[in-house]
Design a protein. Structure first.
Length: 234
């Protein structure tokens, strides 16, 4: 059985997917209002009170965690420690905000498979691109990591989340790029940390670097978060 943790927009997409493929699942969230909404729209019972108070008394082999970014790490730990029959966890990106959190999860995860939702890998266009590249290997890739309207985004995020905005959001396009061309063997960062820092992103706003992947593909990347760029792309 599946358990979906969360009742937001992203969690609702997973609900639709599991219904489409006729999987048996349950849902747990915090809000009574959202619980009633899910019951009325999908005819699915949603437990309230949050995962922190949830009783893992059923055999949940697969869990999907689709809660806010700041909660992902704690919810991962709870599921790993409390769910006795758990085999697979699918957690929204980035899974963890900090390296020490990743190390802690690795140390306690036992024989549980953990998948982080970098879903762009499964776009039909990306799958087709991978097929083309496999048949006709490319030699070089240029990656732009601009983000759209950062000033407006900063109004919606806390200072901690803005400090980690690259990890939270931009990594999905970076992951897609290296999925296509291979993991870097060499990686040269050309910009200085904090160079051109912004009020809402003190770690800097200019990003430049290059390297070569394990598939012998040269790459270079650049970005400028000081202006409203285009949506990130490769």
């Amino acid at each position: 059985m599946f358990l979906i943790i969360g009742t937001g927009i992203i969690a609702e997409e997973y609900i639709k997917c599991l219904i489409e493929f006729n999987y048996n699942f349950e849902i747990v969230g915090n809000s009574d209002k959202k619980s009633n909404y899910i019951l009325n729209k999908y005819n699915k019972i949603c437990y309230t009170g949050g995962i922190e108070e949830f009783n893992f008394d059923k055999k949940y082999e697969n869990i999907i965690i689709a809660t806010p970014v700041v909660l992902l790490f704690n919810h991962l730990k709870i599921c790993i420690k409390e769910c006795k029959d758990l085999k697979n966890i699918f957690v929204e990106k980035p899974g963890c905000l900090y390296t020490y959190q990743i190390k802690e999860i690795i140390n306690i995860k036992k024989n549980i498979n953990i998948f982080v939702a970098y879903n762009r890998r499964f776009y039909s266009s990306v799958i087709k691109g991978k097929e083309i590249i496999n048949n006709d290997p490319i030699k070089e890739l240029k990656l732009t990591i601009d983000e759209y309207n950062m000033k407006e985004i900063a109004k919606l995020y806390t200072s901690e989340l803005m400090k980690n905005y690259f990890t939270i959001m931009t990594t999905h396009v970076v992951d897609m790029a290296f999925f296509l061309i291979g993991i870097p063997n060499t990686f040269n960062v050309l910009n200085i940390d904090g160079y051109g820092e912004l009020e809402y992103h003190t770690r800097g706003c200019f990003f430049n670097g290059n390297g070569i992947t394990k598939n012998n593909v040269k790459f270079e990347y650049n970005g400028d978060w000081s202006k409203s760029g285009k949506l990130n792309y490769i």
